[in-house]
Design a protein. Sequence first.
Lengths: 315, 294
Amino acid sequence: MATTAASTTSTTTTTADSSKQPPPPTARRLGRPDPRARSRGGQRFVLVGLVLASVYSLFPVYWLIIAATKDRTGLYQSNGLWFSGWHLWDNLHQVFTYEDGIFLRWTANSFLYAGVGSLGGTLIALATGYGLARFDFPGRGAVFAAVVGSFLIPIALLTLPLYLLFSEIGLVDTPWAMLIPCLINPFSVYLAKVYVEATIPFELLEAARIDGAGELRIFFSIVLRMMTTGGATVFLLAFVNTWNAFFLPLTVLRGEQNWTLNLGLYNWSGKRAESGVDLTSLVLTGALLSIVPMAIMMIAMRRYWRTGVTMGALK
Amino acid sequence: MIRSLRWKGAAFTVPFQLGFVFLYLLPIGYAVYQSLYRSQSSGLGLGGTTDEFSGLDNYQQGLTDPKFMGSVLRVVLFALVQIPVMLVISLVLALLLDSLTSKAAGRFRIMLLVPYMIPGVVAAIVWINLYSPDVGPLTPLGQLFGLDWNFFAPSMVWPSIGNLLTWHGIGYNMVIIYAALQGVPRELFEAARLDGATEWRVATSIKIPFVRGALVLTGMLSIIQMLQIFNEPALFRNITPQTVDDSFTPIMIIYNQAFNAGNYHYAAALSVLLALILGVASFLFYRLTSKETD
């Protein structure tokens, strides 16, 4: 049955394709098989491969959604691959009220660090990228080398001394300990430079200068405006990066009032081995909740990050 | 360029330069400085500790520390298996996507990218629960086929983490390779096909050589990440402290030396060592992959 269905689909696809694009006449005349017809069996292989990979990619998320709708008994005793009772609202209520709503606090913190930190970091990155891409000043090469070289620095090498320095000036365990490091992001600078090179023509800057515009004015009212797409991409990637951060918050944030969602979930998930309190149900519902903002943002802005991912990688 | 304009241009980079000095150069310098000293009495914050200059002693200790070198070796061996597996799967998926119409490819691509949208810590939590013998569906599924697997057993921890990393990484790597594939001139395929080349031939002799650069890049990024692996083992340790000990990966050792043992000087030396190892590994990988192109 399955085979028949698959072969029918692939045949229809092939017919639809060849009706749109007739095979090159040379192939026919020379008696060679039409390449599209030849790949009919291959087409089935392609689809099977991609469907399997999609199942692999999606099944953990599917399981997570199902698990978030179950109560404790359902979670431990029912078949994990299908629903058993509907307890999603109870679970959400529990997550949001546990320890006086600490989960909401963590969510707000995550938004604060990722939002404000990335906004500041993006602005600095755009200015730096603009300076590097459109001006020729002594030391320009050194700045760019610093940007690229820092990709190789292990995070522990930076985070541990940063912790000591921050504790000297009393910043440990305050939001600043998360926000300040977010302001300087070499990858954002690199991406911003690539975008400026692609979107801001020299001639435009010359024209603005001849019209008497100051350099700051040119940057804020021309460059930034033309860089909305690039800026959005830089912001989005920085936001995702900070939202996902774990080592830095683990090191510099001690009290749970300042924690991020990641730290909170890590703590909840370790409670069982540590003190015997089983929060599995809370952890799973919380995990699902923490994906939601990321998924909404990525889907809404997929045009931006897709170019960001590939541009940053290929240039 | 006019002289004053040059300096105005440089001014745009000043906030970054200042930040870079304070958040990169200063901490690195501080770490190197700290790594050359030793605390004489243990315990941070106690009045009685004195730091004494000890030269490269901490480095010597690190290089001969079986725990640290063992963790580096463990991570390197793991990287040698997991990264090629992940990149081959990503490459195959990118090639499969590339053979579809762009509309169908878009639909699959978004599904394959779902794992990339999930924060690493959350991904680890989800997989740990999938592996869990209490709540996860994989244990009963295995029993159905007569497999009695325990994902947290000492011999299974790395494969379990490897599967988690592969699941999380294939979408991202596939997108990068796929984007590179889109840059291959289409006429090349048509010409090869007209000459009677099979799809396999087209893939191996035209497409894969063309995306070599993207593969080197994704490989490099994966190596850098892998040597610093921390989140996943830390979360596994959360659940099974008996199989994943506190010296499982280099960064875990560094973290524990700094925050649990209070031996910051040694932790600083180890993090400098790790940076050097990372630099050497990246350099070797780069040399190895660029040599083959000639």
